[in-house]
Design a protein around this ligand. Structure first.
Ligand code: ARG
Length: 454
């Protein structure tokens, strides 16, 4: 059967394969609530423009609300012959209320309709995902508070660098997610613009009140160029980037936790509820959630690249290629939502093994830089101080002696009797008082600041 919505000039039925190839109803059905809301706002503007009587509007509105309820309840048969959610709903409306349903598409095209639906959908999902990112921040923040003063080595190149605290380490992630929220908030401004009234590409000779429609749908403003409005998918690409970057951040936490949970590190333990066993090795407790999250970041990047590539080189305005925007968008949204939820739960249930962290942080090598700073305070230029401490490190490595037990006075006259006082974790952290540095007071103050912010 050929689609009744546009069959006028066609004398042959659409091939089955073409229907299968071109349908989007199998996934864009999830836009139904937004499609109904958009249609009702559009119909109300038609009354104002004298296209519909109030009575006709009421028939259309109640018809659409009934359809929405049926879809809610799972009592709606979607048809691939009707290709997408827009034509499925409109065709059913006309079936239910008769010819008046055929008036709804006046001064509208599926091109501005799909752009409207997708923007409404994105707006809703941005709000949900923003809340979820905040929930993850709260989970991290609680652990940061609990372990504000638990010392742990900070790493560069995955080699022990300098002491920090678990609180400081976790707050680094709170910062990343705050930037993600900023990005989503900013993207929302570009999402929340109404394209309805742009028609297929050139507006319409029937001028509906676009501002009224935008107001009803909660958009901040109307788009200002009909050709741009119906072919713009920037806001989707932007969101896919934002989700991809959240994926990167999640993947980096995952990697930290995988390391922390290994016997080699032993810094943290995940709850049994958030780990899995091995069908063969009875002792195993695997951080699968972290690995799945790390893996899923790949599909988030893939979805972004997929749409960037699909949209590249498209002539203005609408081309069917643009239908390829939805599956990556839906997939990224589904992926990021479950990833955020499971990670928030897992982190809330995580235990940090304070003693293991402390043992690792107590390696005196972590204070080699502080020893150089000590020499600097005694008037030695930093480069020479670095060299002198390097020599002490070499002696320690060679003689397999901890750095804090080397006789430093043999290496340089710049070391005084007080040099050994450098090898105190407590002193080392206490001294790091500049903004952003990991003194315990700073970390606690940051925890308090975030508690007020989130
Ligand atoms: N299913 C289509 C999409 O997602 C709706 C718009 C179709 N417009 C058209 N002119 N064929 O892009």
């Amino acid at each position: 059967m050929t689609n009744g919505m546009w069959k006028g000039r066609f004398s042959k039925a659409t091939a089955d394969l073409v229907q299968q190839y071109g349908e989007s109803i199998s996934y864009d059905w999830r836009l139904y609530k937004h499609d109904v809301a958009g249609s009702i706002a559009h119909a109300r503007a038609q009354v104002k423009a004298g296209i519909l009587t109030q009575d006709e509007f009421e028939q259309i509105e109640s018809g659409l609300r009934d359809i929405e309820k049926d879809i809610d309840a799972g009592n709606f048969d979607f048809s691939i012959e009707l290709e997408d959610i827009h034509m499925n709903i409109e065709s059913e409306l006309t079936k239910r209320i008769g010819a008046v349903g055929g008036k709804l598409h006046t001064a509208r095209s599926r091109n501005d309709q799909v752009a409207t639906d997708t923007r409404l959908y994105c707006r809703e999902e941005i709000d949900t995902i923003t809340t979820q990112v905040k929930e993850l921040q709260v989970a991290l923040l609680k652990k940061a508070e609990q372990y504000a003063d638990a010392v742990i080595p900070g790493y560069t190149h995955l080699q022990r660098g300098q002491p920090v605290t678990v609180g400081h380490h976790l707050l680094a992630y709170v910062e990343m997610f705050a930037r993600d929220i900023d990005r989503l908030t900013d993207a929302r401004k570009r999402v929340n613009v109404s394209p309805l009234g742009s028609g297929a590409l050139a507006g319409s000779t029937i001028n509906l009140d676009r501002q009224q429609i935008a107001d009803e749908l909660g958009f901040d403003r109307v788009t200002t160029n009909s050709m741009d409005a119906i072919s713009d998918r920037d806001y989707i690409m932007e969101l896919l980037f934002d989700f991809a970057l959240i994926g990167t951040h999640l993947s980096r936490i995952s990697e930290d936790l995988i390391l922390w949970c290994s016997s080699e590190f032993g810094f943290a333990t995940l709850s049994d509820a958030h780990t899995t066993g091995s069908s063969l090795m009875p002792q195993k407790k695997n951080p699968d959630v972290c690995e799945i999250t790390r893996g899923k970041s790949g599909r988030l990047y893939g979805n972004l690249v997929s749409l960037l590539t699909a949209a590249k080189g498209l002539p203005l305005t609408y081309n069917r290629d643009l239908q390829e925007d939805k599956e990556p968008l839906f997939d990224s949204i589904d992926t990021i939502k479950i990833a955020l939820a499971v990670n928030a739960e897992m982190i809330a249930d995580m235990t940090v093994n304070i003693e293991e962290c402390k043992a690792a942080a107590s390696d005196p090598m972590l204070l080699a830089t502080d020893l150089a700073d000590y020499l600097v305070k005694n008037g030695v230029p930093f480069r020479s101080a670095h060299e002198l401490v390097g020599q002490a490190v070499a002696v320690a490595v060679e003689s397999k002696t901890p750095l804090d037990q080397i006789d430093l006075t043999k290496i340089s006259e710049h070391y005084g009797a007080d040099a050994s006082a450098v090898f105190s974790l407590e002193t080392a952290l206490k001294a790091r008082t500049n903004p952003g540095a990991p003194s315990i007071e700073n970390v606690k103050a940051e925890v308090a600041r975030w508690k007020n912010t989130i």
